[in-house]
Design a protein around this ligand. Sequence first.
Ligand code: GDP
Length: 138
Amino acid sequence: MTNRTFTMIKPDATEKGSTGGILAMINAAGFRIVAMKMTHLGAGKAGQFYEVHKERPFYGELVEFMSRGPITAAILEKENAVEDFRKLIGATNPANAEEGTIRKKYAASIGENAVHGSDSDENAAIEGAFFFNKLEQF
Ligand code: GDP
């Protein structure tokens, strides 16, 4: 699984119609989409996905935000996928994101930051399996 990562296009980006633009940047950077779906997480599922952050002060806000509208979930393949995708999305806070990154172009704030990207190979596998069964991964 070292050549795969997991991403979500978050509700803020869906609302703004940025899904196509973000997918184009992902493809242009050399990632192959091997699984993809649009879905609307309820608060339960969003809370479960971000369970590792449940002690953080922003957890409630994060769950509310992530369940506010549809998201697009995808598994991406590329050599060095996790690290390269974190570079492509940029810093969590778009104010600190470099030019040319997805968050620099599409994110509004540290909370509403347009995209998720897994932070390790282990989490990429766990997060991908949260959304896609084996038959849905190509
Ligand atoms: P990431 O790996 O860059 O997504 O960042 P983290 O793992 O630190 O945080 C997960 C997600 O929680 C971020 O992408 C944001 O959507 C949200 N988040 C992080 N910090 C804050 C914050 O200070 N306030 C709020 N409202 N949301 C935050």
